[in-house]
Design a protein around this ligand. Structure first.
Ligand code: SF4
Ligand code: F3S
Length: 104
């Protein structure tokens, strides 16, 4: 599966949702997640994210993000249509430690 990671937080560009063939993105206030059981590993979302927040879970160190994607995909509503990024997206893009400060 692919997973959404830290740099999506407080940016939420949503370009990713438009290209997913199985519509497996789910939306929180500041962040999106991928449902790992629904993702078919096609990889088309990865280059679409302006924040480079989407990664294959085969990359090392992504266990935490796989857990977060799994947990919240079953709680948050599905999103399939692109919307405006969060107003602070440009400013927040690339900041570190966003999970600790802003995750929701
Ligand atoms: Fe959707 Fe493909 Fe991205 Fe998985 S890898 S979330 S199936 S676009
Ligand atoms: Fe987030 Fe990137 Fe999608 S910032 S909403 S994973 S396009």
């Amino acid at each position: 599966t692919y997973v959404v990671t830290d740099n999506c937080i407080k940016c939420k560009y949503t370009d990713c949702v438009e290209v997913c063939p199985v519509d497996c993105f789910y939306e929180g206030e500041n962040f999106l997640v991928i449902h790992p059981d629904e993702c078919i590993d096609c990889g088309v979302c990865e280059p679409e994210c302006p924040a480079e927040a989407i990664k294959p879970d085969t990359e090392p160190g992504l266990d935490k993000w796989l857990k977060i994607n799994t947990e919240y995909a079953s709680i948050w509503p599905n999103i399939t249509v692109k919307k405006e990024p969060l107003p602070e997206a440009k400013e927040m893009d690339g900041q570190t430690g966003k999970f600790e400060k802003y995750f929701s």
